[in-house]
Design a protein around this ligand. Structure first.
Ligand code: ATP
Ligand code: MG
Length: 423
């Protein structure tokens, strides 16, 4: 995976305050709400462009690049208020630890684009958010400079008094999390081919970060941070916890443990030692979620089954057992060989010893090979009504919901829990 890291005097590690950005001083009201998180050691090179400037990048360097300086538009609170219809509740796309995310419509005023409407996603800091300023700053400094087809585009930001907002390109299909675990008629289960496409896209995004001259460890890889555009191209979002990788003489970075339970690598949770391969563990967890349609962590499951990886590990290494844990929403329409190869890959990614995990470059190559084989998907055989197989369908009737202990009922009032964050 090539990349075009520019050797710039304005290194992202250089904490020099800018003449234009606000990032060197934190308003006391905001700083009070910042948790005593470790420094993300990023400086700011934000230029205060009042015009929306197109980022060169994707066109000239399809493998991605790291811009010498963030090229972000500074939005006024008023224009975001107007774009989101006064942050109206029916424009809410989702909510995370930082705050709510709204859909917005931006009327372009620049002469070249006059009359054009740009659809955006606006993430607004909730005053009670624990994630706060440091993550906002990290997002601006990392994502503002990263450009790759599998990383979401940060268009700009707003900082006015206590208001902190981030403005992104709108991702039409929402998050992978919604598709895998969302319920209701609006959520369509993802077919096999799309799952594979999403896994490859997300893997390419992570590989780009890891193979940059200045390695970036993402630290919060999970299904809710994988966003999907209109054609299901996966783009990684949320760089609030990203960190530069270790210097050449070191194998890891030592940090306060932050991230999301269920996805965070065991060595990191146990010691605070963060390796590039800690991200590979998170990727492996997402692969298991893609195969099974089950959440990395769900305390609504019976005890002993809360942690997906701990629970299903023995099922992943056996072709027959794997069949029993595959997502019933695939209705058996997946190539068994490819699914098994992905489960083998997932097992390598979730190895407890970080050194034994593959690099993301190797993960991308493996997934691409699996995709290129393009095995014929056989329609599942219709079994008798007495079948005990989890995929059993009754002929002429709607598919039965799979209610094995692996896939507990999801049509009741169960509140599926999102994996909690660590801080
Ligand atoms: N650019 C975007 N386009 C479309 N929808 C988005 C965009 N960014 C976020 N969303 C939606 O908003 C939801 C919340 O995102 P957010 O990143 O704030 O929280 P999260 O990832 O669920 O949790 P966390 O705070 O732990 O990262 C996402 O799951 C997604 O559905
Ligand atoms: Mg997120």
């Amino acid at each position: 995976m090539g990349n075009c890291w520019f050797s710039s005097s304005s290194s992202a590690e250089d904490p020099t305050p800018t003449t234009t950005g606000h990032l060197s001083t934190v308003p006391s009201s905001i700083s009070q709400s910042i948790s005593n998180a470790t420094s993300t050691s990023v400086g700011s090179t934000i230029s205060r462009n009042s015009q929306f400037s197109e980022r060169s990048g994707d066109e000239t360097c399809p493998d991605g690049q790291i811009l010498p300086a963030a090229n972000l538009r500074i939005f006024s609170y008023l224009e975001l208020k107007s774009a989101t219809r006064n942050f109206r509740s029916d424009t809410v796309l989702g909510e995370g630890g930082f705050g709510k995310v709204y859909k917005g419509w931006l009327e372009e005023r620049a002469p070249a684009k006059s009359g054009k409407t740009t659809v955006i996603a606006v993430k607004k800091l909730n005053s009670e958010s624990l994630q706060g300023f440091e993550e906002w700053q990290s997002e601006v400094n990392f994502l503002g400079r990263l450009s790759h087809p599998n990383l979401v585009k940060l268009l700009g930001y707003c900082w006015e008094e206590k208001e902190l907002l981030l403005i992104y390109e709108f991702m039409q299909k929402g998050s992978l999390e919604n598709h895998l675990f969302g319920r209701g008629s609006v959520v369509q289960p993802l077919p096999w081919d799309i799952r594979l496409k999403v896994a490859i896209g997300a893997a390419r995004g992570l590989a780009f970060l890891h193979t940059s001259e200045k390695q970036v460890i993402y630290r919060d890889f999970k299904a809710s941070n994988i966003l999907l555009d209109g054609s299901f191209t996966a783009k990684i979002s949320d760089f609030g916890l990203a960190k530069f990788g270790p210097s050449e003489s070191q194998s890891h970075v030592t940090t306060r443990v932050m991230g999301t339970y269920g996805y965070a690598a065991p060595e990191y949770v146990a010691t605070g030692h963060l390796y590039v391969k800690s991200d590979v563990y998170g990727f492996g967890v997402v692969l298991v979620e893609i195969l099974t349609g089950l959440r990395a962590l769900d305390t609504n499951r019976p005890s002993g089954k809360h942690n997906l990886v701990e629970w299903v590990k023995p099922y992943l290494s056996d072709k027959r057992k794997l069949k029993g844990i595959m997502d019933p929403r695939l209705e058996g329409k997946y190539p068994a060989k490819a699914a098994f190869r992905i489960s083998q890959l997932a097992l390598k990614c979730i190895e407890s010893e970080h050194k034994n995990r593959p690099s993301m470059k190797l993960v991308v190559e493996t997934l691409e090979r699996i995709e290129s084989v393009n095995e014929h998907i056989r329609e599942p055989r219709i079994r008798s009504t007495h079948s005990t197989h989890p995929m059993a369908h009754r002929q002429g009737q709607a598919p039965l919901h799979h209610r094995s202990p692996l896939h507990p009922r999801s049509d009741g009032n169960q509140n599926y829990q999102q994996s909690p964050r660590m801080r």
